[in-house]
Design a binder for this molecule. Structure first.
Ligand code: PMP
Length: 362
């Protein structure tokens, strides 16, 4: 059997073994065409079928919300930080942002290049160790949209519920928690995610947006950066990242096979609870800095109070085959990224390792 690492990488991140094996089986001859999907025209029937299949699977996993369109773009979620204000932040409007961490801060930074911005709420004073009370979020009347980051990958916080924004479109960066839990997307104007955490490999950014938002863009922005270009061409205006889209489709099939988002959510909650419980029961040896009601079930962040022990933890973890546990360089400590594809079993092994480490070093 193939030896697989205990992969807790933050992104690109673990993919299910089944998905990789299917891709392996199809890489030389895709569906009897005598070539890999990487080698064929994106204008042909075979590729287009996969492209359309991935779009309809995604919508179906989201409960087939009416009036939404899926786009497959490039440039990562980071390019969305500027495409959003370019397309929506028109004269006289303000781009309203909830800032709960590093990615939210990057998104408003881009918006400032294009127009007026407004901070609807921020937890910076709390070092982003929480998400704000929904009641404290203030959306101005002239808001073009309200933008927030559902899961801050670096700090490890996550919204448990979303604010209602009335007629103002709610735009959510779901890069690190898309399809990890069962949500109704009809209150959202647009959600977007780089695929490389919960949806597949890097190289494709997935957008799910209400059609009326993306059907028409201002005329003075470059063709490739306009949502309407991709909307009216079914994301085939230019060459799409075809292999990434194919793998996203395979990943979506796998999610269906797991029973969809409701079932994944149950497993994801159990996975996160294993690690958080280990932290909470460690009598202060491990510390989870994020407020319990804002804790992410995707990126579990924790610390040990001593630099020396933190180094030792990483050293022993590496010896045991754990990968990716080092916290982001901006915050230090540790982070276990436990996206959809990370098996429950691996989280159990990590929790046991942590307990064992504490017994040895406390
Ligand atoms: N938003 C969030 C929440 C992220 O976690 C990331 C990537 N780690 C990004 C945006 C940026 O994504 P990309 O690298 O695809 O541009």
């Amino acid at each position: 059997m193939t030896k697989r690492a205990y992969n807790f990488n933050a992104g690109p991140a673990a993919l299910p073994l089944e998905v990789l094996e299917r891709a392996q089986a199809e890489i030389v001859d895709f569906r009897g065409t005598g070539m890999s999907i990487m080698e064929m025209s994106h204008r042909g029937k075979v590729y287009e079928e996969v492209h359309n299949e991935a779009q309809s699977r995604l919508l179906s996993l989201m409960g087939n919300p009416k009036g939404y369109k899926v786009l497959f773009l490039q440039g990562g979620a980071s390019t969305q930080f500027s495409m959003i204000p370019m397309n929506f932040l028109t004269e006289g409007k303000t781009g309203s942002y909830v800032i709960t961490g590093s990615w939210g801060a990057k998104s408003i930074k881009e918006a400032k290049l294009f127009g007026e911005t407004h901070v609807a709420a921020s937890t910076e004073n709390d070092k982003f160790m929480s998400v704000p009370d929904l009641k404290s979020i203030e959306v101005p009347e002239n808001a073009a949209y309200l933008h927030l980051t559902s899961n801050e990958t670096i700090e490890g916080n996550q919204f448990q519920q979303y604010p209602s924004t009335g007629n103002v479109p709610l735009i959510v960066d779901m890069s690190s928690d898309i399809l990890s839990r069962n949500i109704d997307i009809t209150p959202f104007g647009m959600i977007y995610a780089g695929a490389q955490k919960n949806l597949g490999p890097s190289g494709v950014t997935v957008i799910i947006a209400r059609e009326e938002l993306i059907a028409e863009s201002p005329k003075n922005i470059p063709t490739m950066l306009r949502y309407d270009t991709h909307y009216s061409n079914n994301s085939l205006y230019n060459t799409p990242p075809s292999y990434s889209v194919y793998l996203v489709n395979e990943m979506l099939k796998w999610i269906e096979e797991q029973g969809g988002t409701a079932e994944l959510e149950k497993v994801n909650r159990k996975k996160a609870a294993l690690i958080y419980d280990t932290i909470d029961r460690s009598e202060g040896f491990f510390q989870g800095p994020v407020h319990p009601d804002s804790r992410s079930i995707m990126n579990v962040t924790f610390k040990i109070g001593s630099e020396e022990l933190e180094k030792q933890f990483i050293k022993e973890a590496e010896q045991e085959g754990f990968v990716g546990l080092k916290g982001h360089r901006s915050v230090g400590g540790f982070r276990a990224s436990i996206y959809n594809a990370v098996p429950y079993e691996n989280c159990k092994v990590l929790a046991e390792f942590m307990t064992h480490f504490k017994q040895k070093h406390a």
